[in-house]
Design a protein. Structure first.
Length: 188
């Protein structure tokens, strides 16, 4: 199957009021299920914290899990969070991105296995992404992948930096996890 075939399948689903997120991997259609709400909230927090740094500095564009990219290997995929530098994408097309993002982030959902997520990130790195990040809410770790480097695992006491893309940006890992509200806070 090709991206054009996938678009036809998506159109058929939409006409039948079925809205599935689909990806294309090695010629096979993959139906992507919804994330659990913890993973979804982590995605929102990550995008919010990164966007507050990126957009005022006009460094590039951030996309959520609905933003699809056609990769050089002919796969169509949508990372949970992705970033493309301004110099590489001066204007967003009204179509899939036909390039490899500079940053890709995958957030482990309750039903995900780590190995397929690592494989997806490593494929992005092999195709040209500068940085891949795997967020694991179950272990409360963040693993950072870079070209020609061993992965680095960060815990709650650590700070994530991506100086090659976001000079000066720092994200304490403990800020990624959804807050637990006290009873007093819920009374307001």
């Amino acid at each position: 199957m090709t991206v054009k075939d996938l678009e036809k399948v998506q159109k058929t689903f939409k006409e039948a009021d079925q809205d599935y997120q689909l990806e294309l991997e090695n010629g096979k259609i993959i139906i992507v299920g919804p994330s659990d709400i913890v993973s979804s909230e982590i995605g929102v927090l990550f995008i919010w914290l990164l966007a507050n740094w990126v957009y005022p500095r006009r460094l590039g564009r951030i996309f959520d899990s609905a933003g699809g990219f056609i990769l050089p290997d002919a796969n169509l995929t949508a990372p949970d969070v992705s970033f493309v530098r301004a110099a590489r994408l001066r204007e967003s097309p009204r179509y899939f991105g036909e390039l490899v993002p500079d940053l890709v982030v995958e957030i482990k959902s309750q039903s995900d296995r780590i190995k397929p997520l690592e494989k997806k990130l490593l494929n992005f790195i092999q195709l040209g992404a500068q940085v891949g990040i795997l967020i694991d809410p179950d272990e409360q770790t963040v693993t950072v992948y870079r070209q020609e480097c061993e992965p680095i695992v960060l815990g709650n006491e650590d700070v994530l930096t991506v100086a090659e893309l976001f000079p000066g940006w720092e994200l304490p890992i403990c800020q990624l996890w959804p807050p637990i509200f006290t009873e007093a806070e819920t009374q307001a």
